[in-house]
Ligand binder design. Structure first.
Ligand code: A3P
Length: 311
């Protein structure tokens, strides 16, 4: 199965029994990440990719720094660096000239983190066993976002078409997704490891679907979790700023500066694609829906995880 994957997926490595990440190019990356010094007042947003990471990052940043902060227009990657990105990018993936001062460039993410004043806001897609060891001793604030895997899969597919030039059909991608041969897979262990920790004081577990249903409540929840007193007006301003319409137009967060594939399939695709719950219904066949159901039941057996069992 792996042989048929696009280049970036073929470079997957199993770094901990059953836990995959995309190939890491930085020498000593694994130990370096495990040994990273965590600060108590760090705020981490952690997700399986395509689960609403960018959305929660922007909301969290506005809650932490204030909606009126002058740096709101800086690229999110600079305000909220992507932890493992530093070691992750294939040298041939980025156009060095385009990204000379870009936080996407290998080596830049950790430089940004080193110069950040507290509280640092940090994004990661890493699974629990791959995160810095200090995470579980120092206990920084962690906001974990999960999303219906069927929507994640569709969103991930279009992400791969746009940003990685993935040319195969959705049916192939679904097969890889359900086989958990994806960067940062497996899907369910990613979620369940945080679900089991959800009652810890420093962890907030949020669903993409709750953000869609009632964004104001989630802004308030994030503010309460981070110990920030916001006025009703500030909560409304942040929710407006984080609406799909507003984020789609906001160059600081819509990732449109990332180099996209140049082919017919990728043409016109946006990072802020649809932002909907249930778009999978427009793409998955009955057989694929059944396969998702079986896969979900298999992985949730014996777990008290209550979501996405509504098949
Ligand atoms: P779709 O591809 O389904 O549209 P991530 O940031 O983890 O990569 O997730 C990207 C997904 O979150 C995309 O999903 C994107 O459209 C959605 N998203 C980002 N901001 C959003 C917002 N403000 N409202 C709704 N969905 C949003």
């Amino acid at each position: 199965l792996k042989k048929n994957l696009s280049k970036s997926c073929r470079d997957l490595v199993e770094v901990h029994p059953g836990r995959l990440v995309v190939y890491i190019y930085h020498k000593d990356w694994y130990q370096r990440q495990l040994d990273f010094s965590v600060k108590k007042d760090d705020v981490w947003v952690i997700t399986y990719p395509k689960s609403g990471t960018t959305w929660m990052q922007e909301m969290t940043w506005c809650v932490v720094m204030g909606i009126h902060h002058q740096q709101t227009s800086l690229p999110l990657m600079k305000r909220f660096p992507f932890f493992e990105w530093d070691s992750m990018i294939a040298p041939d993936f980025m156009d060095e000239k385009l990204c000379a001062d870009d936080p996407c460039l290998p080596g830049n993410t950790w430089k940004i983190m080193a110069n950040m004043s507290s509280p640092r806001t940090i994004k990661s897609h890493l699974q629990v066993p791959l995160l810095p060891k200090q995470m579980w001793e120092v206990k920084p604030k962690i906001i974990y976002v999960c999303r219906d895997p069927r929507d994640v899969c569709i969103s991930y597919y279009f992400h791969y078409v746009k940003l990685n030039g993935y040319k195969k059909e959705l049916s192939d991608f679904v097969e890889f997704f359900l086989a958990d041969i994806m960067p940062f897979a497996p899907f369910w262990s990613h979620i369940l490891d945080f679900w089991r920790r959800r009652d810890q004081e420093n962890i907030l577990f949020v669903r993409f679907e709750d953000m869609k249903e009632d964004l104001l409540s989630v802004v308030q929840k994030v503010a309460d979790f981070l110990g920030k007193q916001l006025s009703a007006e500030e909560v409304i301003r942040i929710a407006d700023h984080c609406s799909f319409g507003s984020m789609s137009k906001n160059k600081a967060v819509n990732n449109e500066t990332l180099p996209a594939a140049e082919n017919e399939k990728a043409k016109g695709l946006k990072f802020m694609r649809k932002g909907k719950v249930g778009d999978w219904k427009n793409h998955l066949t009955d057989t694929q829906i059944k396969a998702f159901k079986e896969w979900t039941f298999k992985h949730l057996e014996g777990s008290d995880f209550p979501y996405y069992q509504d098949y």
